[in-house]
Design a protein around this ligand. Structure first.
Ligand code: GLV
Length: 317
């Protein structure tokens, strides 16, 4: 039986499914693998199920051939894995798209509402005993229905966000995508990210992370946004220049932000914690038991298909 290493505890049905096919070792810690653990895992196991923070970069993957021939990532984003270098060294990389599209789009809508309607600030007010009762001009936020939404990255998750925003909230949707993309939601593709940023009330980021998108949202993009507009990031923290965002929020250059991801997770800059016009979630995008189970099942299915010589459901390299 092939030996598989699962780098975090996963829902029980996933482990049970993996154990039907493989000799499985589950690491009980919830933190990312250390470099020593990553190197050891490459030598000890036939396949690994890594996830967010398990940095399988060139330094870890070099010096093969390794025993490990497949990194079946748990999650859709695989910016922590050097997939090109892995391919050059005969290591297959897969991910788990589809299983998490709706859950992640839901979190985007939640953050849009939370930041526009000041939900977290209001909750803090109630909990702190500061609420003096309803009055007509208290805690006025931005009305979301019917506003213009800009989506950066119109992949599966971007389209699921567009659907919810258009059909659920009557929003007018425009988007920026590297390549031309036809979608089945009424939405307009714009050629320039700057034009998109300048013309929307809410800008949502749903591009993959990695070197191509690092600081795609920088001071220049934030500078053209409307002063009442909100930025929402459910993708990867480093797509947004966090320091530039802090300045834009501090100076009122933009209305607010909703963040599920950060540049150096789990560190959240103290300057962000101090601000009332930012909603901060702890990377909850896929955090629902059935979603995490479906993601795990897909990772196991990729491993099974690989070792049984079938076509891979979700190859990325
Ligand atoms: C979670 O962030 C994922 O990439 O699946």
């Amino acid at each position: 039986m092939k030996r598989i290493f699962i780098t975090r505890p996963l829902p029980a049905p996933v482990i049970a499914e993996a154990e039907k096919h493989f000799r499985v070792e589950v690491r009980e810690k919830t933190t990312p693998l250390t470099r020593t653990e990553r190197r050891a895992a490459m030598a000890l196991y036939d396949g690994i199920v890594p996830t967010l923070g398990d940095n399988f970069n060139e330094q870890v993957l070099q010096g093969g051939p390794h025993r490990c021939k497949i990194l079946a990532n748990f999650g859709v984003g695989y910016n922590h894995i050097d997939a090109d270098f892995a391919a050059e060294n005969g290591i297959c990389v897969t991910n788990t798209p589809g299983a998490l599209t709706d859950a992640t789009a839901d979190i985007a809508l939640m953050l849009m509402l939370m930041t526009c309607r000041r939900a977290a600030e209001g909750e803090r007010m109630v909990r702190s005993g500061q609420w003096e009762g309803w009055h007509p001009t208290q805690m006025l936020g931005l009305h979301l229905s019917g506003k213009r939404l800009g989506i950066v990255g119109m992949g599966r998750i971007g389209q699921a966000i567009a659907k919810r925003a258009h059909f659920g909230f009557g929003m007018e949707v425009a988007y920026f995508n590297r390549s031309p993309k036809k979608v089945d939601v009424p939405a307009t593709q714009l050629k320039s990210l700057k034009t998109l940023a300048a013309n929307v009330d809410v800008l949502v980021i749903s591009v993959p992370g990695g070197t191509n998108t690092k600081h795609l949202i920088d001071a220049d993009i934030l500078a053209v946004m409307k002063s009442h507009a909100h930025l929402v990031n459910i993708a990867r923290g480093d797509v947004v220049d966090e320091n530039a965002l802090i300045t834009a929020l501090q100076t009122g250059q933009i209305g607010g932000a909703g963040l599920d991801v950060y540049e150096n997770e789990p560190d959240v800059p103290a300057a962000l914690l101090k601000l009332n016009n930012v909603t901060l979630l702890p990377h909850l995008g896929t955090a629902a038991l059935e979603v995490r189970t479906a993601m795990g099942m897909l990772a196991v299915e990729n491993l099974r298909a690989f070792f049984e010589g079938e076509g891979l459901p979700n190859p990325v390299n």
